[in-house]
Write a protein that binds this ligand. Structure first.
Ligand SMILES: Cc1cc2nc3c(=O)[nH]c(=O)nc-3n(C[C@H](O)[C@H](O)[C@H](O)COP(=O)(O)OP(=O)(O)OC[C@H]3O[C@@H](n4cnc5c(N)ncnc54)[C@H](O)[C@@H]3O)c2cc1C
Length: 441
């Protein structure tokens, strides 16, 4: 028997568990540990609430979770409730699938002003992450600035500009929906340091901005490169740039019928955030591209009013004591997923915050090949003598850690579905104590 602990129940954690089941068969016991009582990581707390079809991938993870040799151990924080060294003493392999839950900081003068958030916090707020449920972002102003040119920036812009009716069928949390209904937003500016050919936005997300009930995207035609240059782009990017070209020719008369304008400001780098006690404006420097397509400041600056700033410029994995860490890249130091003997990482904790949900699948499968090489298939019956889950349970009990099982999560899930308001698939609990209280034993 081999014992594997996977820390993190997001896509990377579950694909790794699935792969380990296939590689080791019945000769493995897998514990998936998560600091939250709810499984599936960013499927629940990152993927936008109006993208329910994407969230459906959780059903595949549920199958894995319900297998005999896999167990979900929620509400256990590694590094706090239990250390990596302790886990290594109990398991043959310990896999860090902890994602990259911290924002890469917008390191500018004024970025600590009230009303300035990173996307982990802002997205966590509208998705009901217990750490951010109380964020209460200011939505009373007319102007919002979003920093970044990736899909997260598009998610944030879309959520900020949808009408209440457009959230039908979404699982946006009640507190966010109520706040958005009262919002006074009229202009959302999306800042990108470089140009339309350098965006990291996919056609699906970009296309949605063109179909909003009360908002319309605006692109300055002068920012677009010559159309012939699009031929060099890969097909997905070409589609995205084609959408930007369409947005550049939306007639003013049509735009005037919409309440909110979503303005793409390319070649624009924020240099300072200003305001008395709270954010009032973002100072931006106009940029241009150098020969290597890097952005270079031109010295010309201007101010964009803003009552709310959300920076969507990437994420970092927080370090865990005893685990080698790459400061520059904000992830665990690893060689193809190997950190130290018996200690591995996978998903965003390994690669950094890039790629889609699906990218984590090959990552998990490849890592398990390495784990299989390292801890081998031989003598699996005899086992390594590690205590595995029995040892974990004993240790957590001595510490009074209140472990949440998958059956407990299923009760939380049922209760969320039962209390959903009309037109929504669920109303999430946003408080850990409330969730734990639901177990009823
Ligand atoms: C805002 C946003 C929207 C996205 N939308 C899409 C989309 O529409 N489509 C798409 O394909 N991809 C999307 N992605 C990307 C996708 O979510 C990631 O590729 C994927 O979630 C990464 O998986 P992961 O398992 O590495 O990390 P995560 O999903 O972050 O899972 C990490 C898990 O580890 C747990 N954890 C962290 N630290 C500890 C600890 N110390 N102890 C115990 N547990 C811990 C966390 O609670 C979490 O459950 C989006 C990402 C973001 C940020």
């Amino acid at each position: 028997m081999r014992h594997i602990a996977i820390i993190g129940s997001g896509p990377a954690g579950y694909y790794t568990a699935e792969a380990a089941q296939k590689a080791f068969g019945q000769d493995v016991r897998i514990d998936i540990i998560d600091r939250l009582p709810t499984p599936f990581g960013l499927i629940r707390f990152g993927v936008a609430p109006d993208h329910q079809s994407i969230k459906a991938v959780a059903r595949r993870y549920e199958k894995v979770a319900l297998s005999d040799n896999v167990r979900f151990c929620g509400h256990v924080s590694v590094g706090q409730d239990i250390s990596i060294a302790e886990l290594q003493a109990l398991y043959d392999a310990v896999v860090l699938a902890t994602g990259a839950p911290h924002d890469r900081l917008l390191d500018l003068p004024g970025s600590d002003l009230a009303g300035v958030y990173g996307s982990a916090a802002f997205v966590g707020w509208y998705n009901g992450h217990p750490d951010f449920a109380d964020l209460d972002p200011p939505l009373d102003g007319r102007d919002v600035v979003i920093v970044g040119n990736g899909n997260v920036a598009l998610d944030v812009a879309r959520i900020l500009s949808k009408t209440v009716a457009e959230f039908d069928d979404s699982d946006i949390v009640g507190h966010a929906l109520a706040a958005l209904e009262q919002a006074n937003t009229r202009r959302i500016t999306i800042l990108g340091r470089r140009g339309p050919h350098q965006i990291a936005m996919t056609p699906k997300e970009l296309g949605e901005l063109g179909r909003l009930e009360a908002a319309s995207p605006r692109v300055d035609p002068a920012d677009l490169p010559k159309e012939a240059a699009d031929a060099q782009l890969e097909p997905g990017m070409r589609k995205s740039v084609t959408l930007l070209r369409e947005y550049a020719v939306i007639p003013e008369a049509h735009r005037a019928t919409k309440k909110v304008s979503i303005d793409f400001d390319f070649f624009a780098s924020p240099v300072e955030i200003t305001g008395e006690g709270r954010v009032e404006a973002v100072r931006v420097e106009r940029t241009r591209l150098d020969a290597d397509n890097r952005s270079v400041g031109t010295g010309e600056t201007y101010d964009i009013p803003a009552a709310l700033v959300v920076s969507c410029i990437g994420y970092r994995t927080p370090p865990i004591e005893g685990v080698p860490y790459e400061q520059g890249r904000g992830r665990f130091a690893n060689e193809q997923g190997r950190i130290l003997p018996g200690l591995y990482c996978v998903g965003w904790a390994r690669r950094g915050p890039t790629g889609t949900i699906g990218t984590n699948r090959p990552d998990g499968y490849e890592l398990v090949e390495r784990i299989f090489e390292d801890i081998g298939a031989e003598d699996m019956g005899a086992g390594s003598g590690k205590a595995g889950r029995a040892g974990l349970d004993a240790l957590l009990e001595t510490r009074g850690v209140d472990l949440v099982t998958f059956a407990d999560w299923q009760k939380i899930d049922e209760a969320e579905i039962a209390r959903a308001t009309s037109g929504h698939p669920r109303e999430k609990f946003v408080n850990v104590e409330d969730m734990i209280g639901l177990r009823g034993d």
